[in-house]
Design a protein around this ligand. Sequence first.
Ligand SMILES: [Zn+2]
Length: 385
Amino acid sequence: MLKTLIKNAHVISPGLDLENAFIAIEGRKIKQVGAKKIADKGFDTIVDAGGKYLMPGFIDVHTHGALAYDFCDKDPQAVFELAKAKLQEGVTTLLPTTLTVSGEELKTAARNAAAYVKAGSPYAKIPGIHLEGPFINVKCCGAQNPAFVRKPSIKEVKEIAKIFPVKQITYAPETEGGAKFARECIKLGIVPSCGHTGARFADLKAAYRNGLRHMTHFCNQMTPLHHREIGMVGAGLLVEDLNTEVICDKIHLCPDMLNLVFTRRDLAHVQMITDSLRCSHCKDGYAFTMGGLKVLLKNGEARLVEGGNLAGSTLWMGMGLKNVHEITGIPLERLVRTTSWNQAIEQGWGKTRGKIEKGYTADLVIVDKRTWKPAAVFVDGEQRI
Ligand SMILES: [Zn+2]
């Protein structure tokens, strides 16, 4: 088995902040984490982290595209480009996310993901996909195309899941059959998530009783907090064990709201996401269509040309972590669970992924302390960047 030593690292993992540390990797697993010096002897590869942060590889459960590709493109190359771009951000596992499109297009996306895995998953790992819609509230589409919105159908989900695993579904719980839909998803091993929703708090409670515990991009495209109807934003602040996705680009949520979310909520139930679009990793001025709607990237913001709605982000995972760390001052050893371990726990991998600990999978990212960009990325113990 291949033995790798990463030395001179500043290890940051949930509950751990260890400078001048090393980790030993054997095959796909972390064999040892230590603070003392270790002899280089006996290792096949030695990586000097140069004092940089060493963190668990990021897990992005909500990302549509990058490098001018969208996961819903017919082109099977799209998912390869997305996984490649994500790897450059330090993401070692992602759930490519679909848009509200036709049933046939959803199946094509699932087939393309299956082809990526069949080709040996050369970049970040893709254990399944996230369906964002089409079962959303037509009044809360945001940048999703209302023409393809439909009622929740577990039959349609099963047809897609036959092609490739579905790990998460964003839907509106107030739609017909919405409360029970959560339970049907859970039976299939899928995380149901409320999003693009006009639900009242009572609707959320009904879905919660059926097992719903996840909110898609908290605050964006959901009912705001009002003092006589707390809506979904109120629910996300009140109900502790709702796993809330947050886009930490300081645009989708202003810095004050990020501060409020991260300092008032239990960090065990917050998950950073990018919700990145095809314009992520592209230059300003890049124009494209999304589900038939025109979008323009200007000043780093991707907005619909018509109406100006935000259409998703260009955020990199590590930059989200930097933003929240700077805004809130929360120590990285507490914050870092929101970029990996929380996602792993909810998906059922909490005992093997998302932490730097003996026995865990060696999915790792070395992050430059000045630029916050990844200097090296390891997937299953193999250095891929
Ligand atoms: Zn999205």
